[in-house]
Design a protein. Sequence first.
Length: 472
Amino acid sequence: MGKITGFLEYERSDRHYQPVEERIKHWHEFVLPLPEAQTRTQAARCMDCGIPYCHVGCPVNNQIPDWNDLVYRGNWQEAARNLHSTNNFPEVTGRVCPAPCEASCTLNLDDNPVTIKTIECAIADRAIAEGWVRAEPASFKTGKKIAVVGSGPAGLACAQQLARVGHEVHVYEKHAKAGGLLRYGIPDFKMDRIHVDRRVAQMEAEGVTFHYGAQVGVNVPADALLNDYEALVLTGGAEKPRDLPIPGRELKGIHFAMDFLPQQNRRVSGEPQDESNPILATGKHVVVIGGGDTGSDCIGTSFRQGAVAVINFEIMPQPPLCENKLLTWPDWPLKLRTSASHEEGAARDFAVMTTKFSGENGAVRKLHCVRVDEKIKPIPGSEFDLDADLVLLAMGFVHPVHEGMIESLGLALDARGNVKADTVAYQSSNPKVFSAGDMRRGQSLVVWAIREGRQCAHAVDKFLMGATTLPR
Ligand SMILES: Cc1cc2nc3c(=O)[nH]c(=O)nc-3n(C[C@H](O)[C@H](O)[C@H](O)COP(=O)(O)OP(=O)(O)OC[C@H]3O[C@@H](n4cnc5c(N)ncnc54)[C@H](O)[C@@H]3O)c2cc1C
Ligand code: SF4
């Protein structure tokens, strides 16, 4: 274990952010890494508990106490090897994971968890800087061909695992580049695209073939893939956004978050797009409806584009500032979370329902709202109006898009409209077709997508070969 008395000697100290006035002037990452000595001191705080709750709290079951000890001792290379044995893309989770591991850390009982995410990121970044992240091509080929549809974290993790055990893997992606929401959803200021490009290059060197502009079920027939490949893995995400069908919804200036965010991400990376009618927050009063990561990313993007003001509405009541540890630990608690984007100046209001949009000349100008009680029932007399000339809907995603690929394959769906498959076999109602990530579990997190991609690869390898050496 780190240092036996580390948790008694050292306080938690985590990465800082660039000041708001500096960071909203650019699109780069703004989290300042800890110096090496401080990272090692933080790793020394790990108590190596008999039952490492963090290890279970982490969806990819990162062996956190092991690499905390290795970092404390300065053995970064072994820490990197250990970390990559459970997580294909730790530099990604080290940047964007909400860190359920830290909620389950025993030191969180005292509100002082080990800075696990920061240490993970430091190990991953060190591995990249030292050249320890290399292609790991398989030493033999199985002769089996697998198609993976969708190149988000689930598809990438699955494809990488399958290629490393010798299968010929082809990834079909409807967009011009790989990464899914890692590229087109999450803004560059949270995670630079270099991290996606580097992994795609690594996977190409491991033999994975990427087919871009290939929308399965639209310009690539799904049954052709079924004929050409021994297995088909669907990792197309949960792309159907939740709408707000209220009067005035048709007005100009009301957009889904995922119509707004990808435009800016493409602009930052120089990817060509139609700029004839861009959605921009510049000089506007912006209202973001919906909390969560997507809402938060809309806020940070709006400020960087030069919004006059940004207000964030949430229909649910404001959660408590602190959780009751004895009731919630080691589980993920419901509590008020304030993201770096919120801190950039967004006003937040809870328990607010938008009932109508109104406008002038076909464009939105006002939101009409009412406050709601704990049962989401409108409180009479609490109605109010608000000026808005850009409204971004960030109320989550209901399920995958059914039209096209899923319908043409005739797959069974679960009660929530996701592709029906369990988390052992990951097999859909068609035995040759597998599914993982948001397409199977519904909208979730990057780290869950990586877990499902890895576990699905295990299942597919076993299905094709009768046995597998891939970890679950
Ligand atoms: C704006 C935003 C911010 C987020 N921020 C965070 C965060 O900070 N931390 C976090 O942990 N999670 C975050 N999430 C959630 C996280 O991004 C997702 O849970 C995760 O990306 C899901 O991975 P996936 O591989 O299952 O699907 P996706 O990342 O959605 O990838 C699916 C891919 O499939 C492709 N595709 C779909 N259908 C087809 C088809 N028919 N043919 C070919 N290609 C197809 C899509 O183009 C896409 O590239 C965020 C989500 C959003 C929307
Ligand atoms: S992947 Fe997420 S949960 Fe797992 S160790 Fe990293 S930050 Fe924690």
